[in-house]
Ligand binder design. Structure first.
Ligand SMILES: [Zn+2]
Length: 248
């Protein structure tokens, strides 16, 4: 399992665990969002990317991501919500959990961090959208708490993976962020930078995850803008990458 987990970050490969598919798209697959960037072609882009994982794009479960900390348990009734139209996506949600097979969870990002959680015991999964606001509200703790309540998940058995995100090298923030975060801030000269992955990694460790079970793709969307979409770099018309996770 330890050896396999990094594969989540070599899309379009899935984890070798046959019970799990997880991956994120690169820029080359095109914009995946129906609500941001040039949405024309987004459905074809999803179809093309997800076919590599043997996932039907019409089954995707999407949220109207709100930079909050609401986590939603999803079941078969949610299958396909937001898959064909943004209007049908699940309201006001930034993370999903499920222990049901065949439900492809979707998170869309361009700089924000996507976080994959896998409990191989149940098995159960969670996929989370973590920008600075959600990270400030410790969204991973909400997801893991819900997994504990519903699935009896034990944090020390959880695997975590981080998708591409804007990193401490590029993510300049204002001084007030010192009031929000006790870790993950990097000072260089008079400037302050936020390491979203670092913040969430510390939160996961505080919740009882083992360091060796946390895998970080390490990609900076801003540095590697030719490979990934970046809102900071490209502005309002930036497209979005798709992170997807499904139990089989
Ligand atoms: Zn960077």
């Amino acid at each position: 399992m330890l050896k396999l987990a990094p594969k989540v970050f070599n899309p379009p490969d899935s984890l070798n665990d046959p019970r799990l598919s997880s991956a994120f798209s690169r820029r080359a697959y095109g914009n995946m969002s129906l609500s941001y960037g040039n949405a024309e072609g987004a459905l074809d882009n999803r179809k093309n990317f997800l076919s590599n994982l043997n996932i039907d794009y019409k089954d995707l479960i999407c949220a109207k991501q709100a930079h909050g900390n609401n986590i939603r348990y999803v079941n078969a009734e949610d299958k396909g919500r937001g898959a064909l139209a943004y209007a049908t996506a699940i309201e006001d949600t930034d993370g999903f959990i499920t222990d049901l097979k065949g439900l492809p969870l979707a998170i869309f990002t361009a700089d924000c961090l996507s976080i994959f959680l896998y409990d191989p015991q149940r098995p159960a999964i969670s996929l989370i959208h973590a920008g600075w606001r959600s990270s400030k509200e410790n969204i991973v703790s909400r997801a893991i708490k819900l997994m504990q309540d519903k699935f009896h998940t034990r944090p020390e058995q959880l695997f975590a993976g981080f998708g591409p995100a804007i990193r401490g090298c590029c993510y300049e923030v204002s001084a007030e962020f010192k009031n929000y975060f006790s870790s993950g801030l990097v000072e260089r000269g008079s400037r302050l930078y936020l390491d979203l992955a670092g913040v969430n990694k510390q939160q996961l460790l505080d919740l009882g995850l083992r360091g060796e079970n946390i895998f970080d793709s390490g990609f900076c969307t801003c540095c590697a803008n030719s490979d990934f979409f970046s809102f900071r770099k490209e502005g309002a018309m930036s497209g979005r990458m798709l992170s997807v996770m499904m139990l089989r």
